[in-house]
Design a protein around this ligand. Structure first.
Ligand code: NI
Length: 179
């Protein structure tokens, strides 16, 4: 168990496409330890998701999960994830990123997606996700392609520091952004 150092925006590792894991690598102690350490790191910094490039590992792997009554994301480890939108519905909502600390902005994302990946046991998984979990999966998968949420914003009008977000935006979030 270890808390890993999180790369911040500007570090080239966040802009480099990550490589796929060979299925035979998934069960190795190094990859299993990395997954455990990524969960520890995500929890330490109160993240909802964390992708391997954010901890300086150029691998197509992310972890996610949060147990919040308003926005639950089941714990997951996704290896070599492939995400396809289902339908054309897109919603804008707030996102943040451990690599862009204390900043929030509204990002358009597909409302419903289909995901295929390997889990941490090397088993192939396929499922659909919608709403907040779908948003998190899209954000984390973007990290594997060197894409940050800022790149996805339609405009920077909503870009805000966390203090100002809490002061001016948080209470208005639900009504405005869940439509
Ligand atoms: Ni992020």
């Amino acid at each position: 168990m270890a808390i890993l150092k999180v790369a911040r925006m500007g570090h080239p590792v966040l802009r480099a496409p990550a490589r796929e894991l060979d299925p035979s690598e998934i069960g190795t102690p190094a990859v299993q330890r990395l997954i455990d350490d990524m969960f520890d790191t995500m929890q330490e910094y109160e993240g909802i998701g964390l992708a391997a490039p954010q901890v300086h590992e150029g691998l197509r792997l992310f972890v996610a999960g949060v147990d919040d009554p308003d926005s639950t994301v089941p714990p997951m480890v996704m290896i070599n994830p492939v995400v396809e939108p289902l339908g054309s519905a897109v919603a804008e909502d707030w996102e943040g990123c451990l690599s862009i600390p204390d900043v929030r902005g509204k990002v358009p994302r597909a409302v419903e997606i289909r995901v295929t990946a390997f889990d941490r046991t090397g088993r192939r998984v396929a499922f659909t996700a919608s709403g907040f979990p779908a948003r998190v999966i899209q954000h984390e998968t973007d990290h594997l392609d060197g894409v940050l949420f800022l790149d996805r914003m339609r405009s920077f009008d909503s870009l805000t520091y966390l203090n100002e977000y809490k002061r001016y935006w948080e209470e208005h979030e639900t009504a405005e952004s869940r439509t």
